[in-house]
Design a protein around this ligand. Sequence first.
Ligand SMILES: NC(=O)c1ccc[n+]([C@@H]2O[C@H](COP(=O)([O-])OP(=O)(O)OC[C@H]3O[C@@H](n4cnc5c(N)ncnc54)[C@H](O)[C@@H]3O)[C@@H](O)[C@H]2O)c1
Length: 305
Amino acid sequence: MGNFLAGKVIAVTGAGRGIGRAVALGAAAEGARVVVNDYGVSMDGGSPTSEIAESVVKEVTAAGGEAVAVADDISTMAGGQRVVDAALTSYGRLDGVVCVAGILRERMLFNMSEDEWDPVIATHLKGTFTVFRAASAVMRQQRAGTLIGFTSGNHQGSVSQANYSAAKGGVISLVRSAALGLHKYGVTANAVAPVARTRMSANVPMELTEIGEPEDVAALVVYLLSDRAREQGITGQVYTIAGPKIAVWAQPRELRSAYAEGAGWTPERIAQFLPGSVGVDPMPMLSQVAGMELAAARRDRPNAR
Ligand SMILES: NC(=O)c1ccc[n+]([C@@H]2O[C@H](COP(=O)([O-])OP(=O)(O)OC[C@H]3O[C@@H](n4cnc5c(N)ncnc54)[C@H](O)[C@@H]3O)[C@@H](O)[C@H]2O)c1
């Protein structure tokens, strides 16, 4: 056991499987007491069971750590609040929250139903809000704390997961808003865009050349939760960890601007002015679409239609 998180209390959503489980075990191994939240659902969000969260609590305690299970659905305000309340009731404090819970409902945009859109946004985006909302109220009072959201490289856009991509883009903006709004209270907020072998990544329609294990992601999260990261001024960042690679994503900013002589834009003036002055910023993923479609076709993924 290390002591990167000695004395801290950390709540992790989606901690029953995959990356969340590795984060819970990794945080406990570094001295944290952990709230293990998992609704215990299938990859599309159905068939909940409380056994998933409880089994990780058993793993943590078997390894000599301390943990408590919360099997609630974090896409509800009450569920997010219970995750935070469990930390306060069981351990009397809350130093960090890590929102890992996620589901997939894949479909081409032109075929996507409301029932495929809403639960994906609710789990990823609202599910980060519910926990950040409850946790930030506590952290503001104690003038310390760390919020971590989980995004994806897919926030750049996705062929058959517009719902997931939109939710993950929203998580980044939520994290940046938390970093800005809570800075003066000593609270940091960062996002992680992982690439790791789990049940969720098993269906990715491309050959991933850069992929690692959930334990690699857990190491980054433990660092971000630690005083070391706070002392190093890390907030408002998005990091990818993919096997041996760590990357930081750019902050969104205006790429190029130009000013026209005189007032009053018209569509015709813009058509003449825009291409030669501000132009476009080519979309990196657009050049990969053909390859992704080929890979998807090879795997014959019926949902991606
Ligand atoms: N695995 C990757 O390569 C990868 C890539 C990009 C992003 N991500 C993101 O990382 C996170 C973890 O992914 P994973 O691969 O470990 O997935 P996973 O399916 O292995 O684990 C997700 C867990 O979240 C739980 N969960 C789902 N809905 C919930 C809810 N409403 N309340 C509480 N728990 C809920 C599930 O029961 C499950 O145990 C997700 O947010 C995912 O979008 C993963």
